[in-house]
Design a protein around this ligand. Structure first.
Ligand SMILES: Nc1ncnc2c1ncn2[C@@H]1O[C@H](COP(=O)(O)OP(=O)(O)OP(=O)(O)O)[C@@H](O)[C@H]1O
Ligand SMILES: [Mg+2]
Length: 460
């Protein structure tokens, strides 16, 4: 430009903006809005307990909300790992000390018809004990009536949250006279609605405990209804509640029992002696007829049946009221212990039913060799431990001390030899009349078991 000449209009510079810039700007804005909404929603959900769901969709939504709250719940219940190796970290640019890293356990939730199931990975210091201790708080946080915890496999826990108790309603059945299949006795259903069977093969004994009126004898009735139609089963009953066993709870089942005894210690002793002799003689019989001393290798047959001995109110035979009875009691204990210890390989299964399974009522030598323990409601944790073993203390929410009350009649906690942990089972109820009717159809199958003395030795 020459000097003195005036300046013209300033030229506008147009820098072309690439097409992706507005797109990225909008995407960022959208992302920000989504982030803010989701953070807000999470905060809101954290403080709002999910409603009790009843439909399948509602349960799924409820489980999703619990899963979203898990990092918060687990941290507040102390179910986290605070990594001590990260305690001395400092911020790179300010040099400020940083808090140690916190890890919460990975968990996968699944909706179930009665609540939820979750598989949780353990962390160092966060395992079965810690989660079990917090089960009550988890139940409160999740809105469940109960949360059960068990070890699924090493490093993995299985948690079950129950919205309603599927076992709280009674369940009556009418036995159809079908013999048991695969030598598995139907016990009942567990709280996931699955049928629980008790494999009889190689079983030495079963103990059944529970305060009066909880359904112990009714369960025996249900078991005998399944066993009675099988020609390879013979049944003996000792009913310690009555003088004449025909007057007692098993009176209607007498047609199918090859021997019975009441609370008379001397008579019971005669029956036990005869059962013991039959059992002892079995070894020789098995060896010469089957070529093995193991009964379950070939299993029960008509000529060598499974002998089921039900000892109801078993403490009657083990605790002497007077000095005169002491000798008979000691002898009874000796025979009962022998049956429990040696019966398995000779095809004898003894079921000990008692109201209290502490050592003063049933000798620990008997209790400890029975592989299966079952406990209906009991009043004290000591009673639960006697019936189910020390481990029940690790599962307080499963303890039979929780099963006191009318709605729990017929519900028992089961410890099985083939599975870890404990299972709550509702047993079906069979009326005495139905059981008697069924059993009367199979009285022709009753005979004195082979492999022993040819008398029923003391059975009435
Ligand atoms: N599975 C069940 N479901 C519902 N009710 C049941 C069940 N089992 C038993 N009952 C009810 O409880 C009552 C008592 O049952 P049962 O005689 O089996 O108790 P028990 O534990 O043997 O008592 P006790 O120790 O006094 O002999 C039964 O008459 C029946 O009304
Ligand atoms: Mg009874």
């Amino acid at each position: 430009m020459t000097p003195g000449a005036s300046a013209g209009a300033t030229p506008s510079v147009h820098v072309p903006v690439p097409a992706w810039v507005p797109m990225v700007t909008w995407a960022c804005l959208l992302g920000l809005v989504i982030l803010l909404v989701s953070v807000g929603y999470r905060r809101w959900r954290r403080n709002h307990r999910p409603k009790m769901p009843d439909t399948e969709r509602a349960i799924r939504r409820w489980v999703a909300s619990i899963a979203a709250r898990w990092p918060w719940d687990s941290q507040n219940l102390g179910l986290v790992l605070v990594d001590d190796t990260t305690r001395h970290r400092r911020q790179f640019w300010t040099g400020q000390a940083l808090p140690p890293k916190t890890y919460y356990p990975h968990i996968q939730f699944q909706p179930m018809p009665n609540g939820l199931r979750a598989y949780m990975q353990t962390l160092p210091g966060v395992g079965l004990d810690q989660v079990t201790k917090m089960a009550g708080h988890l139940a409160n946080a999740w809105g469940c009536i109960r949360v059960e915890v068990r070890q699924d496999r090493p490093g993995l826990l299985c948690l079950r949250g129950l919205l309603r108790d599927p076992l709280a309603a009674p369940w009556a059945v009418r036995p159809d006279g079908r013999p048991i299949a695969d030598w598995s006795l139907h016990v009942g259903v567990d709280d996931e609605g699955e049928t629980v069977f008790l494999p009889l093969s190689n079983l030495s004994g079963v103990t059944v405990a529970g305060v009066p009126g909880t359904g112990k004898t009714s369960l025996q009735r249900w078991w005998l209804c399944q066993l009675a139609p099988h020609p390879a089963v013979q049944i003996a009953v000792l009913d310690g509640k009555v003088g004449d066993p025909f007057d007692g709870d098993y009176g209607q089942l007498a047609d199918r029992c090859f021997a019975m005894a009441g609370d008379d210690l001397a008579r019971a002793n005669r029956l036990l002696t005869s059962l013991y002799e039959t059992m002892r003689a079995r070894s020789a019989w098995l060896r010469s007829n089957r070529g093995t001393a193991q009964f379950w290798d070939a299993g029960p047959s008509e000529d060598c049946p499974l002998v089921v001995v039900v000892v109801d109110e078993s403490h009657t035979y083990a605790s002497a009221a007077s000095r005169a009875d002491r000798e008979a009691c000691e002898s009874n204990i000796w025979y009962l212990t022998k049956l429990a210890k040696e019966g398995r390989s000779r095809g004898f299964l003894t079921i000990f039913v008692t109201q209290k399974q502490t050592a003063d009522a049933i000798p620990t030598a008997i209790r400890d060799v029975c592989q299966v323990g079952l406990s209906f409601g009991v009043r004290t944790m000591d009673g639960a431990v006697a019936a189910l073993g020390d481990d029940i203390r690790l599962y307080p929410e499963m303890a039979p001390t929780e099963l006191i009350g009318r709605q729990w009649t017929g519900v028992a906690v089961l410890r099985r030899p083939d599975r870890a942990g404990y299972h709550r089972v509702r047993a079906p109820f069979v009326s005495e009349h139905d059981a008697g009717h069924l059993v009367s159809h199979f009285q022709h199958l009753r005979r004195i078991p082979a492999g022993g003395p040819s008398t029923n030795g003391g059975g009435e």
